[in-house]
Write a protein that binds this ligand. Structure first.
Ligand SMILES: [Zn+2]
Length: 283
């Protein structure tokens, strides 16, 4: 049996506002969040990322080129669509962090009781705390500042050919069921004298995936963030993912995958550019 796939045609991106399944727009809140100067403590553990495949229609980009300052938009909204408790989480003391984890631990213990389990038995004794720690990790993308991620990695470069990083592994949590969805993201853009370090594309994908998400919004956020950072001629993001909430429950269709895309600029306007991108990521 062929796996069903939910495909939104390129050039016709998901409409988040009008979609009954969409839960929120990604418009930043009117009140800008004050950004701490240093987020050094929030470093990425990106070792688990699979090696990236790079396709570029020209030779390697010259790294000696001049670095560019960050655009104001990223400075003002470095947290990129924070949620209601993001700022508090970001600013809390070690004691407050401990209290937060303890609160989640208590909640997970309640869940275990509610499903008829015995939270006091050996195997489950430390599970609530383990889960609390894991959940903080799964959602650490809320604490990441886009400005910090791309810091010092935007370059002035006379390169106007398509750049694609393909098959970035992402692990996210579906906000409707709090279970994982995992898959691969491919990101392409056509520079307009600004290029970003290639590894940063994966970091941006990870930043937005380590939050509670819907796949459509995740795809769009990555594209819009890159649009803001690079002001490119165009940007395209395609994601294919498998949702555990689909695979493990309800419709139970193992092997099914969901494909979303979001395109801006030339990728949206020019069918030939879009086709080139899609043929390169399709392999
Ligand atoms: Zn779900």
């Amino acid at each position: 049996m062929t796996a069903p796939a939910c495909i939104r045609l390129p050039g016709k991106p998901w409409e988040l506002n009008g979609d009954a399944n969409a839960h929120s727009d990604i418009t930043p809140p009117a009140t800008a969040v004050a950004l701490p100067d240093s987020l050094d403590k929030f470093t990425y553990a990106s070792q688990d990322q699979a090696p990236l495949q790079l396709i570029t229609s020209q030779k390697k980009l010259d790294r000696a080129s001049k670095r560019l300052p960050m655009p104001d938009a990223v400075d003002i909204d470095g947290l990129s669509w924070p949620s209601i408790g993001t700022k508090q989480r970001l600013d809390e003391s070690p004691e407050e962090k401990e209290a937060r984890v303890a609160k989640i631990t208590g909640a997970v213990k309640t869940i275990l009781e509610c499903i008829g389990e015995d939270p006091a038995r050996d195997g489950l004794l430390k599970t609530p705390n383990r889960y609390a720690q894991a959940l903080m990790f799964f959602s650490k993308g809320y604490e990441v500042n886009l400005k910090e991620v791309v810091n010092d990695a935007v370059f002035d470069e006379n390169h106007e050919e398509m750049v694609i990083v393909r098959d970035i592994d992402v692990y996210s949590l579906c906000e409707h069921h709090l279970v994982p969805f995992t898959g691969k993201i491919s990101i392409g853009y056509i520079p307009n004298r600004r290029v970003v370090g290639l590894s940063k594309l994966a970091r941006i994908a990870e930043m937005f995936s380590r939050r509670l998400q819907v796949q459509e919004r995740l795809t769009k956020q990555i594209a819009v963030a890159l649009e803001e950072i690079l002001k490119p001629q165009g940007v395209a993001v395609v994601m294919e993912a498998s949702h555990m909430c689909m695979v493990m429950r309800g419709v139970q269709k193992p092997g099914s995958s969901t494909i979303t895309s979001y395109m801006l600029g030339t990728f949206r306007e020019d069918p030939k550019t879009r086709e080139e991108f899609l043929s390169l990521v399709r392999r």
